[in-house]
Each structure stands twice: as C-alpha cells, then as structure tokens.
Design a protein around this ligand. Structure first.
Ligand SMILES: Nc1ncnc2c1ncn2[C@@H]1O[C@H](COP(=O)(O)OP(=O)(O)OP(=O)(O)O)[C@@H](O)[C@H]1O
Length: 598
C-alpha cells in the first residue's frame, strides 16, 4: 500500500486528513460513492412521511378515501423501514471506511516514527508515542465517522427538509429558521468548553501511559526497594487529572441535549400556535395537513441541526487528537542528505575495514557538547579498546561510529563511507553492534538473530550461533531456533541474551564490530566464554570495544583512554603500562582489586 509522504513542515490538521482521504479514495472509491448515495436516499426518505401525512389529512381523510389512507399508511411504513435499512447501510459503510482510514493513518505514523532522529526518542516518553498511536488515532476515527461523514449526511437532511418546509409555508419556514442560530450559539459555547476538557483528557492519558511504561520497565527495582506504595501514590496525580477533565467534559456533554430539547419543544409549540392562527384566518394558506406535516418536519429538521452541532463539537473534540497527530507528523524527520550505498565494497574488506574519526564534536542538545574533538584512526583488522570512567562519552562515540547520530562537526568514515548516511539496509553488512544491554524482542530465537531479515539463510544463522557458542544450547531446546523468547517465550539469562545480540551482530558477517561493555555484569567464567566467542569472530575484523575497566578489553592492539569527552592518552597496552598516566593508574588500581566504574 503506497503511503503519502509527510514533509517536515508544520502541517495544518486537515492536510493530514486530506492526505489519508486521498489515499483511501483510490482503494475505496466504490464505498465512498455508495455512502454518498445512501445519504441522499436517507434525505429523500426523511421527507416522505410528513408529505404523506399532509396528503392523508388534506386529501384522503377530507374526501373520505379510506382505501387511499391505507395505501398512504403503507407507504409511510415502507419509508420508515427503508429509512432504517439505509441508516444501517450508512453506519456499516462509515465504519468500514473509517477503519480503513485508521489503518492508513497508523501506517503513515509508523513510517514517520521510523524516520525520526534518535534525539526524538531521547526527549519523548514512550507512553506519549503510544497515546498518539492509540487514543489520538481513535479520535480521528470519531472525526470521520461521527464528525465528517455524519455531518455530511445531516447537512443533506437539513437542506432537503428546509426546502420541503419552504414549499409548504415560507412564512412558517422563516420562523423555524430562527431556532437554528440559537441552537448553534449555544452549541458553540458547549463546544469550546468540551474541547478544552478533551485536550486535558488527552494530556492526562499521555501522562498515565508514560507513567505505566516507566513503572513496568523498572518493576524489579521498584519491588526490590518496596516502593510500590510510593508509585501507587504518584499514580494518583495523573488519574485525578484525568478524572477532573472527564467530569468537566461530562457536565457539558450532559447539559447540551437538555438545552436543545427545550429549544426544540419551544420552536414546535410556537410554529403550531402561529400556524393555527394563520389557518384560522385563511385555511387555504395553512391547511391542517400542512400544519401537521410542518410540525413533523420541524422535529425532523431540528434533529439533524442538533446532530450537526454535536458533530461540529465532535469534529472540534477530535481536532484535539488530530492536532497532536499533526504535531507528531510535523516532527522534523532525519535528513541524512544523499544516501551512500555499499555496492561491492565489502568484497574489498575481507580483513576488516578502516575507521577514521577526525575531530568529532557532538552533544544530545545543541548547547551541551559531550564529545569535544575526538580523533581516532584504526587500521583494517585492528582491535581497539576505548577505556574511560562512567560518563566519559564512550557510548556516545560508539553511537556516532554506528551512524545513529550526526556529529555537530568533524568526520567519521568506515571503509570510506559515512556511517550516518549509509543506506539502512547496508548498515548491518558493514557494522555489527553489541550494546551494553542486549535487547531481546518478542519472537523466536531465529527472529532475534536475523531481526526478521528473510534474506539471511538458516546456515548463516547457525554459523553465527556456533561462532558465539550458542548453537548447542539452542538445539537442546524443544523447538530449537524456533523457540519463542521474550515475554511470551522462554526467559534468557543476561549472558545468553548478550550472546544472541552478538550472533545478531555477526550473522551478516560485517568487517567492523562495535562492542559496548559486552561483558559488564557477567561472572568471570561467562566473561571468558564471551571473550572466546569474540576472539573466534574477531579474526579479520576491525573491533572497537568499550569498557570502563581494563579487564573488560580483549586482545587490544591499541587502547584509547577517554575522559570528559576527549581522548587523553593512547597507545599499545604495553606502551601505556610503561608510561605514567591514566592507563597505569587504572591498571594499578585494578591490580589492587578496585573497580573503576563509579
Ligand atoms: N540519550 C542521551 N541524552 C542526553 N544525554 C545523554 C544521553 N546519553 C548520554 N548522555 C550524556 O552524555 C554523557 C556521556 O554519556 P555516555 O553514555 O556516552 O558515557 P559513557 O562513557 O559510555 O558512560 P558509561 O560507562 O556509564 O556507559 C553523560 O553525561 C550522559 O549524561
């Protein structure tokens, strides 16, 4: 399904609707046309009963034509049944089209999510994004079904009924018209207040989602420290905000129909009085039948007018969700410039790839530099370790080498390619990355290794698993590589998860491996298993290992010491051990049994 593109300019809320409508129109043209036809038919069927009533009273009853009365009564009944059937068809078509629109909108948003820069995720709670995708998208459904489509149908009814009223009695018609602005002014007042409450409700839902996400992510810590009570108390705030806004909206929601009912009753009463008075002067101007039909039509006119003002409100309420979605879709997408393609370059990189980093400056916010001019040059197949204390900027540097962020200044190249501008599907062929905490996804072991890349063959998956020493464990499981892991499947230990992440990194046989504290938090034996796995896969690859301790580095040809976003010392481990400086201090302390991770 080809999706429309959203550019990075701030969008008007309706431009998003226009885009989605245009897209669904291509597929659902027939359904849209049927819907328009249904709405037209409903308008005609709405006019039939009062016209029949007028005829029964003015002609058939007056002339004593009982057989005609029966016939007219039958048509009356048929029109009412037809009206119900068309209402059913309209509801079904509206729901069908609405759901298709929702799918398109969610796909559009999912596509946008994938194009957002990493910094967006740093500043936005996951719960917030979930609210965009769930409750805000639902409100757009309401906008279509109850708002726009319902509004269109009711507008047609209003025009049809108004025309019929005018034909029966222009004078009474103009009196009835007076009720319309009154209803609209009142509706406007209610609408504004409900919209305000709706905005507050959405904000509160966003906070609730963000809160739950934080709680469940940290549930082990919360339980261990016995902080459930504190979390429960903290949860009350967003819940109260939610309740307060819902109550506010509910009050206005409840008042509105009462007020319109009263106006409706007053209008009908006035019309009957005035009509009766006119007919007593001149019974040919307003006949009994006209008066009865008119009173019926007034009831029928005010229903869609009330509905229209409700729909107007619905549109306004849904606009709150739509505005949030538009704001989200207007978030600046990542502009990588011209993408770079690997083509046949990898055939030249059988012995690892060269990495060059020149005077890199970078931060997560424009005004706060984390990396302050870092330069490194790694030859093909070299093993390099970056050591530094917590917060020195090691992971940030790794993220830049992996191409996840764009540096403020400076250049990075791997095998002559800029990792930031590398085509996404080429990245894992050039770079394998094992982060500090291996992420396990819902799915099978195989899917966790390939990340659902269908092009990776089973032999390659098994080869990667064998390399990292996981194959035996995997085939010992009942379903082998198809064993589900994650929330719905078996729970992997920290080390097993890390090995899966390593297999994921090497399965595409990249010449460069980036390892961010791959063994932190592991016991010495597991660490040795992983080190052996790294050695096995390290041959003929350029490897950058990050660690905050010397014992966490493997067979490094060269070590770079990092402090406060700068490289403060570099050289071979032997050379550094002989020199006075950070490395010898680290080594001395670690030899004494101290750890430098605090
Ligand atoms: N996503 C982020 N958003 C904002 N600031 C960040 C982000 N990640 C890291 N930082 C900041 O950047 C600085 C360097 O962090 P970084 O993770 O690169 O250090 P590190 O040397 O890898 O530390 P550690 O050994 O603890 O992993 C820290 O001050 C940290 O607060």
């Amino acid at each position: 399904m080809a999706m429309p593109q959203v550019n990075s300019e701030k969008q008007h809320p309706f431009s998003v609707i226009r885009m989605v409508l245009k897209n669904t129109w291509k597929r659902l043209r027939r359904f849209y046309l049927l819907l328009i036809l249904t709405a037209l038919s409903l308008t005609l069927l709405e006019l039939l009963p009062p016209m029949l009533l007028k005829r029964i009273l003015d002609v058939h009853l007056k002339n004593g034509q009982m057989d005609q009365v029966w016939r007219a009564a039958f048509y009356y009944l048929a029109a009412s049944i037809g009206s119900s059937l068309f209402t059913f068809a309209q509801t079904y078509l509206t729901t069908y089209i609405g759901q298709n629109i929702l799918i398109d909108l969610r796909l559009l948003m999912a596509e946008h999510i994938s194009k957002l820069p990493m910094n967006y995720y740093n500043k936005t709670p996951v719960g917030e994004i979930m609210s965009y995708m769930s409750s805000d998208v639902d409100s757009v459904n309401t906008l279509f079904s109850s708002g726009l489509i319902g509004g269109f149908s009711d507008l047609m009814k209003v025009f049809g009924i108004a025309a019929a009223m005018y034909l029966i009695s222009p004078r009474l018609f103009f009196i009835a018209l007076l009720a319309i602005p009154v209803i609209f002014i009142i509706a406007n007042y209610f609408r504004k207040n409900i919209l305000r409450a709706q905005m507050e409700i959405r904000k509160a839902v966003g906070k609730i989602n963000a809160y739950l996400q934080e709680l469940f992510n940290g549930i082990r810590v919360v339980k261990f420290y016995g902080k459930e009570g504190q979390y429960e108390n903290k949860f009350q705030d967003p819940l109260r905000e939610h309740l307060k806004s819902i109550n506010y909206a509910a009050v206005f929601d409840a008042y509105f129909p009462c007020v319109t009912q009263i106006i409706r009753a007053i209008t009908i009463a006035v019309i009957i009085l005035l009509g009766a008075k006119t007919s007593s002067f001149d019974a040919t101007v307003v006949t009994i039948g006209s008066l009865a039909a008119f009173a019926d039509l007034v009831g029928r006119l005010l229903s869609p007018v009330e509905a229209l003002s409700q729909e107007f409100q619905t549109i306004q309420q849904a606009m709150a969700g739509l505005k949030r979605i538009t704001g989200f879709l207007g978030e600046e997408v990542e502009d990588k410039g011209e993408l770079q393609y690997l083509d046949n370059r990898l055939s030249l990189e059988k012995n690892g790839a060269e990495i060059k980093i020149k005077d890199i400056r970078f931060g997560y916010a424009p005004d706060k530099e984390i990396l302050k001019g870092v330069s490194l040059a790694l030859g093909k197949g070299k093993k390099v370790a970056i050591i530094g204390r917590t917060g020195a900027g090691k992971t940030s540097l790794m993220n830049l080498i992996a191409g996840l962020y764009k540096p403020f200044a400076g250049e990075i190249s791997i095998s002559g390619m800029d990792p930031y501008r590398l085509r996404a599907s080429d990245r894992r062929k050039l770079i394998g990355i094992v982060p500090q905490n291996a992420q396990i996804f819902e799915g099978t072991i195989k899917e966790n290794i390939t990340l659902r890349d269908e092009q990776i063959a089973q032999e390659e998956i098994e080869k990667a698993a064998k390399l990292v020493g996981l194959h035996e464990f995997i085939i010992s499981l009942a379903d082998g590589y198809d064993t589900p892991v994650g929330i719905q499947g078996i729970k992997l230990s920290f080390g097993q998860a890390q090995l899966i992440a390593l297999a994921r990194a090497v399965v595409s046989d990249p010449p460069v491996l980036l390892l961010d504290e791959p063994t932190s938090g592991m016991d010495a034996l597991t660490e040795r298993v992983i080190f052996n796995a790294f050695r096995a896969i390290g041959e003929k690859r350029t490897i950058v290992t990050i660690s905050h301790r010397l014992s966490g580095i493997i067979d490094a040809d060269e070590v770079y010491i990092m402090a406060s976003g700068k490289i403060v010392q570099s050289g071979s481990p032997d050379k550094l051990a002989r020199e006075k400086g950070w490395y010898s201090i680290f080594k001395e302390l670690e030899d004494l049994g101290w750890r430098l991770d605090t």
